[in-house]
Design a protein around this ligand. Structure first.
Ligand code: CP
Length: 300
């Protein structure tokens, strides 16, 4: 693995190895190791983040690596430096791995092509991809369900603007899962090759009543355009995950959400904090998952 830019670029063997390594690390609960004591990781976030930014930093530190957070507001970006000049500067100073979040489609792949001594890690790319989130979602499923290939999974919400949904579908499909139901209001049903072969519905109940997993998505307010806008009351009425709606579902249904949550919009407090929710486990498992990514990249 030369870079970690998309789930699509990983072979099934590489994806399974990352999941297995993350599960071993999650079980071991290692909080300090010296495995990556010889490398330096930098984080460069052009969009806000709590989970991804902090968990990559924790992952680097738990592996003994040096970690630098590039503060964009105080960086030479404010003087008009290009993104590549900033990245080349970090590379010249000996940064080994760069974690990048961006709203520019194609930037992680472009940086990976240009970088000679630097591994690029995509920490979220516009509405296109979020491969480390997909990986931690798959690790959580493997831990809780023991399998991924024959699960029935409903993804609910703002699918059109969701990089989480796109990367998760790529990963689950690669691992043999074919029963993925996409539930969204009509204006958020993406007409995209990313979801080829899957069917959209705007009826929540039939999609979740016999599902093993339901993944609610954050409404991507920052990416909504005028003709995408939806009244929040209409959204709640049709798509919000509430205890009453989950009463008819399987007892062992897992409720997932990548965070951050719009509480009582995408799902109720009761569901978000209830016994079927693995949302906090997704957050926790993000650290060993990102340790597995950094470690795999350091081996090449
Ligand atoms: N799920 C996710 O990417 O969250 P952050 O934006 O907090 O990193």
């Amino acid at each position: 693995m030369q870079h970690f830019v998309s789930i699509q670029e990983l072979s099934r063997t590489e994806l399974e190895a990352l999941i297995d390594d993350a599960l071993v690390r999650a079980e071991a609960k290692v909080i300090h190791d010296t495995q990556l004591g010889h490398i330096c990781v930098a984080s460069l976030f052009f969009e806000n983040s709590t989970r991804t930014r902090v968990s990559f930093e924790l992952a680097a530190k738990r592996l003994g690596a040096h970690h630098v957070n590039v503060n964009l507001a105080q960086s030479s970006q404010t003087k008009g430096e290009t993104v590549w000049d900033t990245v080349a500067t970090l590379q010249a100073m000996g940064i080994d791995q760069l974690v990048v979040r961006t709203s520019t489609v194609g930037l992680p792949a472009e940086l990976a092509l240009k970088a000679s001594d630097l591994k690029i890690i995509n920490a979220g790319e516009a509405n296109v991809s979020h491969p480390s989130q997909a990986l931690l979602d798959l690790v959580t499923l493997k831990e809780r369900k023991g399998r991924i290939d024959n699960l029935s999974i409903a993804i609910v919400g703002d699918i059109a603007h969701s990089r989480v949904a796109r990367s998760f579908v790529q990963g689950a499909t690669k691992l043999g899962c074919s029963d993925i139901r996409l539930v969204a209001p009509k204006q958020w049903q993406a007409k995209s090759a990313d979801f080829a072969g899957l069917t959209f519905t705007d009826e929540l109940a039939p999609a979740i009543n016999d599902a093993d997993v339901v993944m609610a998505l954050r409404i991507q307010k920052e990416r909504l355009e005028a003709d995408d806008l939806l009244d929040l009351e209409d959204y709640r009425a049709g798509f919000s995950l509430t205890r009453a709606r989950l009463d008819a579902a399987k007892k062992d249904l897992l409720v997932m959400h990548p965070g951050p949550i719009n509480r009582n919009v995408e799902l109720s407090d009761e569901v978000a904090d209830g016994p079927r929710s693995v949302i906090q486990r997704q957050v926790a498992i993000g650290v060993p998952t990102r340790m597995a990514i950094l470690s795999a990249l350091a081996k090449v």
